[in-house]
Design a binder for this molecule. Structure first.
Ligand code: N01
Length: 556
């Protein structure tokens, strides 16, 4: 039975409806959170700003969009029937198929009745006297909830570049993270793509096939590995399914990034040149993100990393016919893997097409956009349509858009002004009963997101059940535990090469954003163990007190 049933009839000032839990977002995190909480008998309302479920996969509809984690692994594991019955068509599922899967899950588990679409949460204020959250949606409606769970996604706040004259452009402007629902046809058009991250690297080869002329404006080249995408045969799917118990266990408990793969037993410099080259060749031929798992020290030893980076640079030189273009496409200002490695289908080869041109805007920055051209280095590149593949305000951007006020009226944005501070990525001191799924301070974007989502959802669901069973009605990260965790996250990151890149992991893509390495790089297996131990030790590091005691626990 629900701890708090939806109720009405309160005073005019108070919200009319009360839920146990408000969940913000109906992507993979929000949907599974709803499923778990319902199973425990909590009353739940999920608010989703999009017109349907699916989160990232609802918004990112750009040409060529697909997941860079293999479909058989980028899928829920909580229901064996689901994973046995759903047929993925390709090694890497295209966006429409992942969205179809999200919709299938919503229908199969009858989630829709508790999900309110087209509804943004604008504000959440913790009412210290009533120990609950007062949540306001964009339509001005307010509800009460004992708990709020932010399932807002890490790459959901698309970032428009601040380029002079952009609003003067007369053609259509698209952002990859906000792609229209209707088909976009570039046939016969001169298209400009700004940005060369994962989204551009996936979309450029597809757009090049339609456009009469494609101009790619590149500030920083990226490392990319061939996807080697292919249709999955029924035999391949069956082989995977038969091994699911071990594959899922390994992904949760042993893999650093939540992906099943063979683990390296040595460092790159432990092998001679020929042996090393043949291992890189084998991974290149196999394709995919696990390229970086060939050796165990690529993320921590620059000399080892250089061997992998040199290998990929060499591959680019072999693929791209024009030496000048090849040189521009070779990344040279960050270790391989310190920015999210990209996975492509014919990205580099696309620059051999006569209708594709690469413009280096590192040495000749974009000066302005006019009605029909992008001007860089004093030269006008005429375009009919513009694709902005300029990324996201990652990890904190979507949380920051909500006006969240905790104890003493402190806003989460004020608290995080110098960088996000959380305990385990799950809660932030001063914000009782507010949980974050895959937030900063957790492995999150460094992992197979669905593995991390399921772990967080299960932990939060178990925690809420524990609180209810123990008669505890508020929970909050202790500041000391949070400070220690933030220091640990930082220390582990700085033992790697990751902070050497100006990446969105560091907040470096957003002017003025504090430069802090946001995700926890200790690995999903290690992290899961820490979370489990914290729970087993009576939620160590969290204050779980009676209402009167909590009111005294001021957070400095
Ligand atoms: O965004 P990005 P993304 N003028 O931030 C450039 C996931 N993802 O959408 O590097 C000119 O990586 C910017 O240049 P620079 C994945 O985790 C996954 O591509 O700042 N250029 C960069 O080249 C990924 O990492 C999948 O110098 C500007 C690009 O825009 C994450 O999402 C697919 C600019 C932004 O690259 C983000 O990827 C897609 C400006 N003003 C995405 N501002 C898969 O699963 C920015 N840039 C396969």
């Amino acid at each position: 039975m629900s701890a708090l049933q939806p109720s009405s009839g309160k005073s005019q000032a108070a919200p009319a409806t009360t839920y146990d839990v408000v969940v913000v977002g109906a992507g993979f995190a929000g949907m599974y959170m709803l499923h778990r909480l319902r199973g425990l008998g909590f009353s739940v309302r999920v608010y989703e700003q999009g017109g349907d479920v699916g989160g990232t996969w609802y918004w990112n509809r750009y040409p060529g969009a697909r997941c860079d984690v293999e479909s058989m692994q980028y899928s829920y594991s909580f229901s064996d029937e689901l994973q046995q019955e759903w047929d993925w068509s390709e090694r890497y599922a295209p966006q429409p198929e992942i969205l179809k899967y999200a919709n299938h899950v919503a229908d199969r588990f009858k989630l829709r009745s508790d999900i309110q679409l087209n509804t943004r949460v604008d504000r959440a204020v913790f009412d210290e006297s009533a120990n609950c959250w007062d949540v306001t949606t964009a339509d001005g409606k307010r509800v009460n909830a004992k708990y709020v769970v932010l399932a807002t996604g890490c790459l959901s706040n698309a970032r428009m570049p601040d380029i002079k004259g952009l609003s003067e452009f007369k053609g259509k402007v698209y952002h990859t993270g906000h792609w229209p629902h209707e088909a976009v046809d570039f046939t016969g058009l001169r298209v400009g793509v700004i940005g060369t991250g994962s989204s551009a690297i996936q979309s450029v080869p597809v757009i090049a096939e339609q456009a009469s002329q494609l101009t790619v404006f590149q500030r920083t080249p990226n490392f990319s590995i061939p996807a080697r995408n292919a249709a999955l045969t029924p035999e391949e799917r069956e082989a995977f399914r038969a091994k699911y118990p071990e594959i899922r266990r390994f992904a949760r408990e042993e893999a650093r990034n939540g992906i099943y793969t063979d683990m390296p037993d040595r460092g790159a410099l432990d092998d001679g040149d020929n042996e090393r080259r043949s291992k890189y060749e084998a991974r290149w031929a196999r394709g995919g993100l696990t390229f970086m798992s060939v050796y165990n020290n690529l993320a921590i030893d620059k000399a080892a990393n250089d061997t992998a980076a040199d290998f990929v640079r060499q591959k680019i030189a072999e693929i791209v016919k024009d030496p000048e273009t090849a040189k521009l496409l070779q990344p040279n200002n960050h270790p391989i893997g310190s920015k999210r490695i990209c996975i492509d289908t014919d990205y580099f080869a696309t620059f051999n097409r006569p209708n594709v041109k690469l413009v280096d805007i590192r040495s000749n920055p974009i000066e302005q956009i006019s009605a029909n051209a992008v001007r860089a280095g004093g030269k006008d590149y005429e375009v009919d349509a513009l694709v902005l593949a300029t990324g996201f305000d990652a990890m904190t951007g979507s949380v920051a858009k909500i006006d969240i006020r905790g104890r003493n009226g402190l806003t989460l944005n004020q608290k995080w002004a110098e960088g996000p501070k959380t305990y385990l990525g799950l809660m932030s001191a001063g914000f009782p009963n507010l949980f974050i799924i895959t937030g900063p301070g957790s492995p999150s974007v460094l992992s197979n997101m669905i593995v991390s989502i399921e772990q967080h959802v299960d932990w939060i669901a178990d925690c809420l059940a524990y609180m209810r069973n123990s008669g505890v009605d508020a929970m909050e990260a202790r500041k000391e535990a949070e400070d220690k965790w933030v220091a640990h996250v930082n220390e582990v990151a700085h033992a790697t090469l990751y902070p050497q890149a100006n990446s969105w992991y560091m907040g470096a893509n957003i002017p003025g954003k504090p430069q802090i390495f946001m995700p926890y790089i200790g690995g999903v297996g290690v992290y899961r163990q820490i979370c489990n131990e914290v729970a087993a030790n009576g939620y160590e590091g969290f204050a779980m007190e009676a209402a009167e005691e909590r009111q005294k626990a001021a957070v400095s």
